[in-house]
Design a protein around this ligand. Structure first.
Ligand SMILES: [Zn+2]
Length: 86
């Protein structure tokens, strides 16, 4: 019984080591570099889309979505509704 438990633990450790090796090789390959660049570009595009040139960065949940799909910061939306333009 003890041998079966020990063998199972070794098998799970082998699978974990194999998974770590695959992830390590993938991250150091050109494909991993490309995936990291894609993630960084998407993060930067989200940050740029969520920041207003006048009022600064906002949380994505605070932005007002217009019927056309574009987003607007809440301060600019309120100023537009009040008739105050820049
Ligand atoms: Zn704004």
């Amino acid at each position: 019984m003890l041998a079966i438990i020990f063998e199972s633990a070794l098998f799970v450790a082998f699978l974990a080591a194999l998974g770590a090796l695959v992830v390590s090789l993938l991250q150091s390959s050109p494909l991993g570099t490309r995936l990291t660049q894609i993630q960084n570009r998407r993060r930067l595009e989200r940050e740029v889309a969520a920041s207003c040139p006048v009022h600064g960065p906002h949380d994505e949940r605070d932005l007002v979505r217009l019927p056309g799909g574009a987003t607007l910061c809440p301060e600019c939306y309120q100023e537009t509704l009040d008739g105050r333009f820049l």
